[in-house]
Structures are given as C-alpha cells and as structure tokens.
Write a protein that binds this ligand. Structure first.
Ligand SMILES: Cc1cc2nc3c(=O)[nH]c(=O)nc-3n(C[C@H](O)[C@H](O)[C@H](O)COP(=O)(O)O)c2cc1C
Length: 447
C-alpha cells in the first residue's frame, strides 16, 4: 500500500499573495489579465506534479483597488483557458452560493470538467465581502446563518443536477438512431425555500461524476457544512494546536455523518519566503513589508475585523479595546485568527499590518528550504494537515523557489509524489468517483 502522500495546491493571486507583490521590482504587472500568464503558472505547477491550481473570487471590486491589483478575472472561464494549456493538474475555482443560481453554476462547472477531462474542483463559499449585495439588488449581505442555509440547499440542487444524467445515458448509436436514453436522464423537480429547479441539466454526466467539492469556511456553521459536503478544505491556522483541533474536529464530524475521514483533504495555507539562510529569508520578507501601503492594509483589516483603524497611531500598541464582543464579524473564522494573533503577540498596529500583509491570516514562514519542509512534514505527520495550499508571496519567483528547493526535499523524505499516477483531480486527491443517485436506485439496479 502506498504511504500517505501530501496534497499540494498552488493558490494563485495574479501577482502573488503579499499585498505589495506588484511593487516588487521583478513583478510583471502588465500581464495580470493575460491568460498566458496563468497558463504558465499552471504549467510550472504541473511540472512538479502539484495537485491543483486554485483561484479565490468574490463578485465585487475590492475597495482598496487604488493600492494593489485586486481586481478579479472570472475564475471558471479562466480555468477553461488553463485547461487548454495543461493536461494533468487539477483546476479549482471559487464560486459563491449566495450570488449564483444553481442551474447556471452546475452547467459552468460541468462544461469545464468536460473540457479539462475531469480536473475541476469548486471552492464553495458564501462570500465574505458585504458589498457584493449591492451588485445583486439587495440592501444588505444576508446573515452568516442565512448564507449557510442557502448554501445547504444550493448543494442539494447542484448535486442533483450533476446526478441527473446516469453514466450510461448517452447511447451514441448512429446506426439505431438513438443518441441518448431518456429513461436515464432524470428531472430533479426541486422545490425548496430558496430554489425551484426542474432539471435535468443540459450537459452530460461529467468525467469526475461531479466536480470535487472544496470548502473554505471554518466557523461553526462552516465546519458543519464542510463535514457534510467537502472533499477538500482550505483553512487558515497560525499554530499547530489550532490546526490539529480543526483537523480532528472535521474528521470526527465527518465520521459521525457516516463519511470516511480520508475522503476529506484538510489543506491549510502556507506562504513561504525562502532564503539560503533564515536571516536572508527574513530580509526578503522585510523588503516586501517595507513596500506595503497602510491605506490598503487598514482597509483589509477592516474587512476582517469590522473596525476601521484609520487615523490611529501605527506605532502604538494595537487598540484591542475597540473590538467589541458583539462585533458583527465575530462569527467568521478569520476574525478569530486575527484576534488570536493580537492576543498572543501583542503587536503594534503597524506590526499587525505587517503580520497580515503576506497572506491575510494564513501561516507565513520565512526560512530555509529545510525549515519550510520541516514545517510541512510536522503538520502533515502530526494530524494537522493532509497537504497545503501554497501561497507564494510573489509570482513567479516565490513559487519557483518552492518548486526548485522545497519539492525535492519533500520527495527525498517520501512525502510527495515524483509524478502523477493518474489524471483527474479526484485521482490526485485519492477521492472516489461518486455514482449518480439515480443509478443507485433499487429499481434501476434491478432493471
Ligand atoms: C484558503 C481560503 C480561501 C478562501 N477564498 C475565499 C474566496 O475566494 N471568496 C470568499 O468569499 N471567501 C473565501 N474564503 C473565506 C470563507 O469562505 C469565508 O470566510 C466564508 O464566507 C465564511 O466562512 P466562515 O465559516 O469561516 O465564517 C476563503 C477562505 C480560505 C481559508
């Protein structure tokens, strides 16, 4: 039996994850809307047999666009462009259950799963940015609980749509003159609180059965949702115990729901600054932090903590008392990650902005390739992670350093594959291909 292997994703922000990446001298800012830029990054990740590339998304323009290229190309269509230039690497896009209709979204992902021959994953989010509401005719962003209730029903509908064609529904029999067997294409007839959808989907069953379900919320509601639906989970942790608590909680919740724990890949974020020595790596990190613009960072912090610290002394201790216990963001998991940093490290306001500049609350590690590999191995072997979302501070250099210097160490330690064994994202993650619910019906098995 093969030993347990790491899953590694390349989490792509067009210029890199550090908020000042685009100001770094080697940045190629003119290419950030160019599909060939993303194709090249995906090809580089494919060369070292990464499981997937991943794109975040939200249907609203970032308020701090003045200070960084935080626009969003639509990621599902971007995946289609990348699919054409790659053959093995998985392709994961974020899409919101709050601001999509399930039929349209099921169709989009189904189309790209066909185009990529089974490499698509969907990062299911309920959308963090409140301002998205104003692009969809709403007066306010639905509450956290309401968003998760809608997400639950959304998943029931899209799963039904992806199941609506049985695997053998396509006859493709030109001699007999029958393309498809209508008895194997099913209506959904869903009528719920949020959606009414008849179905079936107008796309044949996809190579993976359905896209891989990825989830990226870690609140109480988020964990319940993930345990029920997720096959891979993106999450942010600053300490080993916090990651272990999350890992253990998710796996036991899934077990309680009759799922196999190994069918959920837990993937925390990791943003590495790599240097020949630790001092060199830290110098590199400081170079980036020196380029941040407080106008951007304060806005980012406001998004996470729901409080605007503009005008406060950047070099005074962080004004913790301004965060009230009934803060509207308190229910979201990233709020807690940031508050834990404040309570543990007691930074100045500027110190906190620097601390979050690299990866918005994900783990940032400035060290040698060995130190990065040690971190990965520790979390992987001590029940904190099944792999990582690698979040290079800048691109492509920050990823190239990881691919050239850390991946060989992980391979030497027997932790990461030398090459792909098979070709779908489900294969890479070691996930089963689900059967259509209709194929599983007793009357169908009997026929
Ligand atoms: C790695 C990672 C990526 C994420 N990407 C997105 C994203 O693209 N869009 C988004 O709205 N939220 C994103 N989120 C955040 C969660 O989905 C968000 O917090 C969720 O709406 C509420 O989750 P909660 O259960 O943690 O409160 C991401 C979270 C993580 C850990």
């Amino acid at each position: 039996m093969p030993t347990r292997q790491l899953s590694l994703n390349l989490f792509i922000y067009p210029d890199g994850h550090h908020e000042a990446a685009w100001r770094y001298p080697s940045a190629e800012i003119a290419r950030l809307t160019d599909v060939s830029w993303f194709q090249r990054l995906a090809q580089q990740a494919e060369q070292v047999a990464f499981d997937a590339v991943f794109f975040a998304d939200g249907p609203v323009l970032a308020e701090n666009i003045e200070y960084a290229p935080r626009f969003r190309l639509e990621p599902i269509t971007l995946l289609a462009g990348i699919a054409a230039a790659t053959s093995r690497i998985g392709l994961i896009a974020t899409a919101s259950t709050t601001y999509h209709q399930p039929y349209n979204l099921a169709r989009l992902f189904a189309s790209v799963d066909h185009q990529s021959r089974g490499r698509v994953g969907w990062n299911i989010v309920t959308t963090t940015n409140d301002a998205a509401a104003f692009n969809f005719g709403l007066d306010a962003h639905p509450s956290h609980a309401e968003r998760y209730a809608r997400a639950q029903e959304f998943l029931e509908v899209v799963t039904g749509l992806w199941d609506s064609w049985e695997d053998d529904a396509v006859l493709a029999d030109p001699v007999g003159g029958r393309y498809a067997d209508p008895a194997k294409i099913h209506r959904l007839d869903h009528e719920g609180r949020y959606f009414t959808v008849r179905g079936p989907l107008n796309v044949p069953r996809v190579p993976q059965g359905r896209p891989v379900y990825v989830q990226a919320g870690s609140s109480e509601d988020g964990r319940g949702f993930a345990a029920r639906w997720a096959e891979a989970i993106f999450t942010a942790h600053q300490t080993l115990p916090s990651a272990q608590e999350f890992y253990c909680d998710i796996k036991s919740r899934a077990l309680g729901l009759g799922r196999r724990p190994e069918h959920i890949r837990v993937l925390p974020g990791l943003s590495p600054f790599i240097g020949g020595t630790e001092a060199e790596a830290k110098r590199l990190q400081a170079e980036f932090n020196d380029l941040i613009q407080p106008g951007y960072s304060l806005q980012q912090l406001r998004q996470m903590l729901g409080v605007d610290f503009t005008g406060h002394d950047l070099d005074a201790p962080f004004p913790r008392h301004l965060i009230a216990p009934d803060n509207s963001r308190a229910v979201a998991s990233r709020f807690q990650v940031v508050l834990d940093i404040v309570d543990r490290e007691k930074p100045t306001l500027r110190g906190l902005l620097h601390r979050l500049a690299g990866a918005r609350g994900h783990f940032v590690l400035a060290g040698t390739p060995e130190q990065v590999a040690d971190h990965i191995e520790t979390w992987f072997t001590q029940a904190a992670a099944d792999g990582f979302n690698i979040m290079p501070p800048w691109l492509p250099g920050g990823f190239e350093a990881f691919a050239d210097q850390v991946v060989p160490l992980l391979r030497r330690r027997g932790l990461f594959r030398e090459e792909y064994a098979r070709s779908t994202l489900r294969d890479h993650y070691g996930l089963p291909r689900p059967e259509s619910r209709f194929a599983a019906l007793p009357q169908r098995r009997a026929s």
